[in-house]
Design a protein around this ligand. Structure first.
Ligand SMILES: Cc1ncc(COP(=O)(O)O)c(C=O)c1O
Length: 360
């Protein structure tokens, strides 16, 4: 009997994109012509208009010109950050958070002022000390909401408090909202742009998680007027544009009834509930259920081994997870599991975690 590896390493959903996306994309590709050339103005424009109609259900109604399509949100992040930040500037962000944010900023030579999200408060920020992380060189704040890996859904008051600091210090607000549809229980997602900070918020959006389209490489930044000229220049010079026929899939996704997304939300919620409950039943492990996104972030400090050793041992058992140390500096006592497999597989994962714990 084979024993296939269960990979909970990366946030790559275990399902295909919705049918409407594939149909639209295939149709465009088969038609060829404009869909397989540079794309001109009309195709990106239709996509931008679809983004505007979609985003106005979440936040403000932007102009199509404010939407900058990119090949995935990784490129949108680059466009947004490089529009505002130069080498030597500082940015406020949190830990634990998405490792890709740290590596991109590190590469740009931007100094990170990293405030903690606190386990004691269910992975929320300490608003009273936030100002201490801001200096005259701080040009922006990067909020990952919901946060990968902790699942933190920032409250309206937290977002307002953070954005008020941004206003007082003339900082831009980078809002990575790629998990916005995956929010559970009483938590509610607010876009900073919808709270009165539209003029300084740069939204970073993706189709990767919402519509399970990681390999399609489609995302976008929404950039307010004051930063638009520079952002357009950065995009034109350095950030990859989407493939023209992929726009058709994106437009179809945004114009759909989003039932697919709600179904995915319910499935992820079931997985979050299951795995946190099960992990909390294991001696030496504790897990605060995520309020959003689709990860389990759990504490292994009482096991007496570091996160890398835990993941190495788990790997030998046939399960991949990511060591906490890549999500910050003070995060080695934690491990992240991406909940991208069905509950039947997660049951096997829990048994493997038990094997690791019992072997110590
Ligand atoms: C918070 C966050 N932002 C951005 C990305 C990049 O996603 P993509 O480039 O596929 O849109 C990821 C991927 O895991 C992520 O978790």
């Amino acid at each position: 009997m084979s024993n296939p590896f269960i990979n909970l390493n990366g946030g790559d959903p275990d399902v295909e994109a919705p049918k409407c996306v594939k149909d639209a994309l295939m149709k465009a590709f088969k038609e060829g012509g404009v869909w397989t050339h540079y794309g001109g103005r009309d195709i990106p424009q239709e996509f931008r208009e679809a983004v505007v109609d979609y985003y106005k259900t979440i936040g403000p109604e932007y102009k199509p010109e404010n939407v900058i399509p990119t090949a995935g949100s990784s490129a949108a992040l680059y466009v947004a950050l490089a529009t505002i930040l130069e080498k030597g500037d500082e940015i406020l962000l949190w830990e634990p958070s998405y490792s890709g944010h740290y590596s991109l900023l590190d590469n740009m030579g931007v100094k990170m002022s990293v405030a903690p999200l606190k386990e004691e408060t269910g992975w929320h920020p300490d608003m009273d000390t936030l100002q201490e992380y801001v200096s005259p060189k701080t040009k922006g704040v990067l909020i990952c909401n919901p946060n990968n890996p902790t699942g933190t859904v920032f409250t309206k008051d937290e977002l307002k408090g953070i954005c008020d600091i941004a206003v007082d210090n003339d900082m831009a607000v980078f809002s990575d909202e790629i998990y916005l549809h995956f929010v559970y229980g009483d938590s509610k997602f607010y876009s900073t742009a919808s709270l009165g900070y539209e003029d300084r918020t740069l939204n970073i959006m993706s189709f990767s998680k919402t519509f399970s389209m990681t390999g399609y490489r489609l995302g976008y930044a929404i950039v307010p007027d004051r930063y638009l000229e520079k952002a357009t220049m950065v995009q034109g010079m350095a950030a990859a544009r989407p493939a023209t026929f992929v726009y058709a899939g994106g437009t179809a996704a945004l114009r759909s009834d989003l039932k697919y997304v709600e179904e995915r939300r319910k499935i992820y919620k079931g997985r979050v509930d299951y795995i946190c409950n099960a992990l909390n039943g294991i001696d030496g492990i504790s897990c605060i259920p995520s309020q959003g996104a689709f990860y389990a972030w759990f504490n292994i400090k009482d096991l007496g081994i570091g996160s890398q050793e835990f993941c190495d041992r788990l790997q030998k058992e046939g399960v991949g997870m990511r060591p906490g140390k890549v999500f910050g500096v003070n995060t080695d006592g934690y491990v992240r599991a991406a909940l991208v497999r069905p509950i039947d597989d997660l049951k096997k994962v829990v048994a493997k975690v038990e094997n690791v714990v019992n072997s110590l």
